[in-house]
Design a binder for this molecule. Structure first.
Ligand code: PLP
Length: 482
C-alpha cells in the first residue's frame, strides 16, 4: 500500500511513546524512510518493533542468564502510571483492529508495513514484540518474528528465501514435518529439495550445491538421532556459494549461539523449552539484520500469527529458561549415564557423552545440553515386551512434544524418515527410544526405568516360554497325527 510520508505526530499510547523516545536508525533501509529522504523530508523514526536486539543490544556483552531476564524487558513502557510505577511483565494485548488517531499516523503506519509498528493485529503488538526481542537477545540475532507454531516458523523461514526454480539442501535427519513441507509443498511450486546425510563432511555437502541452491538447512543435533553437524564450517561454505543458512536450534536455546557460528536465520519451536510447560504452540525465528525484512515479510504474508495469550505464556516461560534448562541438563546426564551402563541398552545418543561419535564437535559449539536424548536397545526384546515396559511407566509419559517440565519416553523409528543412507547407529540392533528428562527427582525417574526394565525382562521371558510351549504343542500335535 503506497502512501505519502507524513511524520507521525506524538500521541498517547505505548507504541507512540516508544516512537517519540527512540533515536532514528539511519542504517535501516525503510522504504518509507528512503522515499522520505528522496523527497527531502525527515527520516522516519525508529519503531521499537524494529529495535536492534542481538549484537547491537545493550545486553550483548552480558551473560546468558542476564540476557534471558533482560531481553525485551521494558517495564517503563508497560504502564501509564503518571509516577512511573510499573508492572514487571507486559500486558497481554488482545488485538485485531488497530486504530489510528489521525490520518498522519495511518499514513506513517502504511508507509512501510509491517515494519512500522502497530498496523493490524496479525503483525504484532507490544506483547509479541517483547517476546520477539527477548528471543533475538538470547539467540544473538538482530531481530525476531513469532509464528503460531514451530512448523510455521520453519516454513515461513524457508519461503522467505525460495522461489520457483530454486533448490534447497536439507539435512536428512530433519524434523519430519519439515521434510513433509519440502516434499509435499515446496515441490508442488517448483522448488527442489536434496537431502544430505547429517554426518556428511563439509566437502560432501558442498558437492551437492547447484547454481540455484538458495538455502542450506541444518538441524543440530537432530531431534531423533542426535547427530551433530559442523555448523560454522557448513555456514562458511554455504555463504561462499551464495546460499542462506537456516538452523533449527530447538534443542539448544542458550547453549548454541547460532549467529556466532555464522547462520543467517535461527528457528526455535518455542512450543518446547521456551514455553516450557506443554501448554502452548509457538515458533520463533531470529535473523541477522540483513535477513530480517525478508523473514518478517514472509511471516506477514503467510498470516500465521500466534495469539497474544500464548506469546505472554512463552515470555513467562522464557524468563526461567536458564534455570530450567540447567535442571533438564543435569537430569538428562543422570539418566543417560545410568542407561549407558545398563545391559539392555546398546547405545545412548546424547552428544554430551564421550561415547557420542560427534562429542568433540558438539563440545566446540555448545555450552550445555538439554534433557532430550535417544537410546537403542540391544537386539532381541520382543515388541510386545517393550510395549509392556512402556505401558507400565509411572512417571514417564508417552508424548511427542518435549521441553515441558514432565519426563517423556517414546519409541521411534529413525530409519523410516530417512532417504539418504541407512542410519549409522546400526539398524540391526534393537528398538530405538527417545527420552526427555523432566524436572522430577532423578532417583524417582531411575526407579521408574528400573521397574520398566524388570517388566521388559519378565515379559520377554514369559513370551519366550509361551512360544516354547506353543512350539512343543505343535510338535506334539504333529507327532500324534503321524
Ligand atoms: C526439532 C523440532 N523443530 C520443530 C518442531 C515443530 O514445532 P511445533 O510442534 O511447535 O510445530 C519440532 C516439534 O517437535 C521439533 O522437534
Amino acid at each position: 500500500m503506497a502512501a505519502a510520508f507524513v511524520a507521525c505526530p506524538p500521541a498517547a499510547g505505548i507504541a507512540t511513546r516508544r516512537l517519540a523516545a527512540a533515536a532514528p536508525a539511519p542504517d535501516r533501509p525503510y522504504k518509507g524512510g528512503g522515499a522520505a529522504a528522496a523527497a527531502g523530508q525527515p527520516p522516519l523514526p525508529t519503531h521499537s518493533s524494529l529495535r536492534s536486539t542481538g549484537k547491537g543490544s545493550e545486553w550483548a556483552a552480558y551473560g546468558p542468564n542476564t540476557k534471558v531476564i533482560k531481553g525485551g524487558h521494558h517495564p517503563e513502557e508497560w504502564s501509564t502510571d503518571p509516577l512511573g510505577r510499573s508492572v514487571v511483565n507486559p500486558p497481554v494485548y488482545h488485538a485485531s483492529t488497530v486504530t489510528f488517531p489521525n490520518v498522519a499516523a495511518l499514513r506513517y503506519a502504511a508507509s512501510d508495513w509491517p515494519f512500522t509498528g502497530m498496523w493490524y493485529g496479525r503483525h504484532g503488538n507490544p506483547t509479541t514484540w517483547a517476546l520477539e526481542e527477548a528471543f533475538a537477545t538470547i539467540e544473538g540475532g538482530d531481530n525476531a518474528c513469532v509464528t503460531g507454531s514451530g512448523v510455521a516458523a520453519v516454513n515461513a523461514a524457508l519461503l522467505a528465501f525460495l522461489e520457483t526454480g530454486d533448490h534447497v539442501l536439507m539435512t536428512d535427519a530433519v524434523y519430519d514435518p519439515s521434510r513433509g513441507f519440502c516434499d509435499k509443498f515446496l515441490g508442488r511450486f517448483g522448488v527442489e529439495t536434496t537431502y544430505y546425510s547429517p554426518t556428511s563432511s563439509v566437502e560432501e555437502v558442498a558437492a551437492l550445491f547447484r547454481d540455484n541452491t538458495k538455502v542450506l538447512f541444518v538441524e543440530s543435533p537432530a531431534s531423533l538421532s542426535f547427530e551433530v553437524m559442523d555448523v560454522p564450517a557448513l555456514a562458511t561454505m554455504a555463504h561462499a556459494k551464495g546460499a542462506k543458512v537456516i538452523i533449527d536450534n530447538t534443542w539448544g536455546p542458550m547453549f548454541l549461539q547460532p549467529f556466532d557460528l555464522g547462520v543467517d536465520v535461527s528457528i526455535n519451536a518455542a512450543t518446547k523449552y521456551i514455553g516450557g510447560h506443554s501448554d502452548l504452540m509457538l515458533g520463533l525465528i531470529a535473523t541477522t539484520r540483513e535477513c530480517y525484512r525478508a523473514v518478517k515479510s514472509s511471516v506477514a504474508e503467510l498470516g500465521c500469527p500466534p495469539g497474544s495469550d500464548d506469546c505472554y505464556l512463552a515470555l513467562r516461560g522464557l524468563r526461567t529458561l536458564g534455570v530450567r534448562l540447567r535442571a533438564h541438563e543435569v537430569a538428562g546426564y543422570t539418566l543417560a549415564r545410568w542407561l549407558e551402563a545398563r545391559p539392555e541398552v546398546a547405545r545412548i545418543m546424547h552428544p554430551g557423552l564421550e561415547s557420542h561419535p560427534q562429542h568433540e564437535l558438539w563440545k566446540a559449539q555448545f555450552s550445555g545440553a538439554c534433557g532430550l536424548f535417544g537410546l537403542q536397545l540391544v537386539a532381541g526384546f520382543p515388541q510386545a515386551a517393550l510395549d509392556e515396559m512402556l505401558d507400565g511407566m509411572k512417571l514417564f509419559s508417552m508424548g511427542f512434544s518435549w521441553g515441558g517440565y514432565e519426563s517423556l519416553i517414546l519409541q521411534n523409528a529413525i530409519n523410516s524418515a530417512r532417504s539418504v543412507k541407512y542410519w549409522e547407529y546400526g539398524g540391526e540392533l534393537g528398538q530405538t527410544l527417545r527420552i526427555h528428562a523432566g524436572l522430577e527427582d532423578a532417583e524417582d525417574l531411575l526407579a521408574d526405568l528400573e521397574a520398566g526394565f524388570a517388566r521388559l525382562h519378565a515379559a520377554t521371558a514369559r513370551i519366550a516360554a509361551e512360544e516354547r510351549a506353543a512350539a512343543e504343542a505343535s510338535t506334539t500335535a504333529a507327532t500324534s497325527e503321524t
